[in-house]
Ligand binder design. Structure first.
Ligand code: ADP
Ligand code: 2JD
Length: 287
């Protein structure tokens, strides 16, 4: 018996679960490729201490439950298909789906981490992240959330793609409170599956500017410039960002949702009633 096997057989072991931080993208560019492990986005954002908790129970057929309701979530089903296993996947989310928090990528990444334990797959972290990234890209629901969620912090996606293809860096951050409000959802698939030339040029410009001075306030400033240049702002998002700026704070739009994220208590000070959390600096993990 290996050390890992003896650990798994301990009668006191709880079933494995994974926590994956939410991730808001502030700015991004789209980089397609035939191989979904090579496709992805460049960009920058924040991993959040609000996120998803995922459990996986082996079953004859793969099903996905989100906060108690059966849902279709292709990134998750695709992840298990790629591992050649089937299971009932349960996702508990602190965050709304489809609002720019990377819930689908987080669910896929959580599922792959737990499935590796439950099915004794013995894959490395990079291999697991790669599977979830490929499934999320193939589903059309995200391009860079999975690699960012695996890393945590304030990830800079300098080259697109899964580990071995992409390249990550980050903005060094102390413990930091953030606030967010969501006015509604936005179809990620429609935007990243459409004409992305203007968006990609704006994203490349904004990332280059941010890398010249990689700080959190500058991430927010570059994200605001990106949202405007890529023409992604909606009236409610623009108003909330302006209100936070007028109250002396930093805010930006979360891609791709009708969501605003602010540093510190920026939204509260502007008169909103936001949810709050911290930047998650640890990244996705088994718990
Ligand atoms: N109630 C729901 N509303 C929107 N999407 C849902 C819902 N339930 C499940 N889904 C699935 O969740 C995924 C949402 O992906 P996406 O729009 O990228 O959101 P997120 O930004 O949270 O990752 C899609 O695969 C969609 O089919
Ligand atoms: C912005 C987005 C393409 C989608 O993000 P979400 O809507 O949260 O799935 C993200 O994956 C990225 O590459 O930055």
């Amino acid at each position: 018996m290996t050390v890992a096997e003896s650990h798994r057989e301990s009668p006191t072991d709880e079933p494995p679960q994974a926590f994956v931080p939410g991730h808001v993208t502030g700015l991004f560019s789209v980089h397609p490729a035939d191989d979904p492990r090579k496709a992805g986005s460049r960009g920058a954002g924040l991993a959040l201490s609000a996120g998803v908790t995922v459990t996986v129970v082996p079953a004859d057929e793969t099903t996905v439950e989100l906060d108690g309701e059966t849902v279709e979530m292709e990134a998750v089903t695709g992840t298990l298909d790629r591992l050649d296993v089937s299971a009932a996947v349960r996702v508990e989310s602190d965050l709304p789906v489809s609002a720019g928090f990377g819930v689908s990528g987080g669910a896929a990444l959580g599922a792959v981490l737990v499935a590796n334990e439950r099915f004794d797959l013995e894959r490395t972290e990079n291999e697991l992240v790669s599977v979830a990234h490929a499934a999320e890209v193939a589903a059309g629901t995200g391009l860079g959330d999975v690699v960012a969620q695996a890393r945590g912090g304030a990830p800079l996606r300098c080259e697109p793609g899964a580990p071995g293809h992409g390249e990550l860096n980050g903005i060094a951050t102390p413990p930091t409170r953030v606030e967010y409000v969501s006015f509604g959802g936005r179809s990620t698939g429609e935007i990243i599956g459409g004409d992305v030339e203007t968006l990609t040029q704006a994203g490349e410009r904004a990332l280059a500017a941010l890398r010249d001075a990689p700080t959190l306030p500058h991430l927010f400033a570059c994200s605001r410039a990106f949202a405007k240049d890529a023409d992604l702002l909606t009236p409610s998002v623009e108003r909330a960002i302006d209100d936070v700026r007028d109250a002396g704070g930093e805010a930006a739009m979360a891609m791709l949702g009708e969501t605003v994220i602010a540093l510190g208590d920026g939204l509260t000070r502007a008169g909103y009633e936001p949810a709050s959390c911290e930047i998650d600096r640890a990244g996705a993990r088994l718990v």
